[in-house]
Write a protein that binds this ligand. Sequence first.
Ligand code: G6P
Length: 474
Amino acid sequence: MNAILVASNRGPVSFTLSEGGSLSMRRGGGGLVSGLSEVAKDLGALWVCAALSDGDRGAVRLAPGGRLDQAGYDTGALRMLDIPPATFHRAYNAVANSTLWFVHHLLYDTPNRPHFDARFRREWESYQAYNEAFAMALAEEAPHGARVMVQDYHLSLVPAMLRGERPDLRVAHFSHTPWAPPEYFSLLPDDVAAEVLEGILGADHAGFLTARWGGAFMDCCETVLGARVERASRTVTHEGRTIRIGTHSLGVDGKALWARASEPDVESHMAALRAQVGDRRLIVRIDRTELSKNIVRGLAAYREFLSAHPEWHGRVTHLAFAYPSRHDLPEYREYTAAVQRCAKEIEDEYATEDWDPLILNVDDDYPRSLAAYRLADVLLVNPIRDGMNLVAKEGPILSPGSALVLSREAGAAAELGEHAVTVNPYDVSATAAALHEGLTMPEAERARRGALLAGAATALPPHRWFAEQLDALG
Ligand code: G6P
């Protein structure tokens, strides 16, 4: 039996169904999954996740009790939940990604949205049902006294539901996102706001990526629930139980990253990119095409930099990798179009026969991204708001001589800000100036800062990050 369980919406693998009806499996993407996959396997943890696609559903339906490992897949212990598609869609798209994600990243255009009406109530019921399905599966699978590690905003109700079923378990919840300040969190309907907080408070330990996000969570508990908050000991007491609030700043396994980035596929992408851009200096960004990543203002800043510094024309190229994400949401499709429009404007204004000022790449190509990191002179990471941002941590490892332009609103700024060129992500002109500062920073200074950045980025690699949270459960 497994003494450690992990629960997250997205699991370590995904399946695609070919036209002929055969299934192929690939590793899942995203920061959460890449960090957790190795750890879960090494610890022999049972992972519970949701089926996200028709391919996933096809695979689950053939697996005994949804256990893909028992159906012969090399996944590590894995149970995938076949939640009815309409319920899943409302929970994942409408509540998790269009509501909770928007709240925590401050993404609403408030004159128009949010708009919590009767339809939202149905969506919220689906979110409850989806959380319930996870809680029930975990209750069924967990041996007595097991530790259960619940991940992220998709599953904020699970800890309280699980405690109701199985008070013998020790439960941790971890937020991979920022947490909203109380005045913004209170956009949520009052009962929903309370349910989210009380859901997480059902855990024994609530973990966050930075002290700032954990602090915002405590502020919300105090304001919305009237809970007793001890800021020095970082505890919240509510309805007779005391929950510890932990800070666990997920970092990167530098050795493993270097090993992957030294493989031949990455080297050949490096050669191809070099051939394409010549010896020009490179400003690199790598993101999901995600509203919170602030890609449009990043491009606008590059444009302003080109306009203010004609001496760089022909001598610099911006490699912007923005791979597809959450395309079921109209806001994301519109945003992707806005990124493409903005890129085209820069091309139209500045490109010459022998100079491409900007290369925008919208395919998900991991080895190519690793190649771009290795070639970067300046890495641009300018999110509106971000739980951590692992790009900011991976870059300095793979390109120790590059300068990092970093938003002060990224969680990573707490550890890296001192050695980066930090920016207010809304200030396009300041971001343009920061790009110039990064490009003109003397080599010795870039190397000095690079070493400090890489040290901070590897301070808490995934194995230790996870072990800290297990220890916190006793
Ligand atoms: C963020 C979330 C993760 C999520 C990832 C990718 O990093 O914190 O939980 O997996 O985005 O998003 P997706 O919706 O594609 O799983």
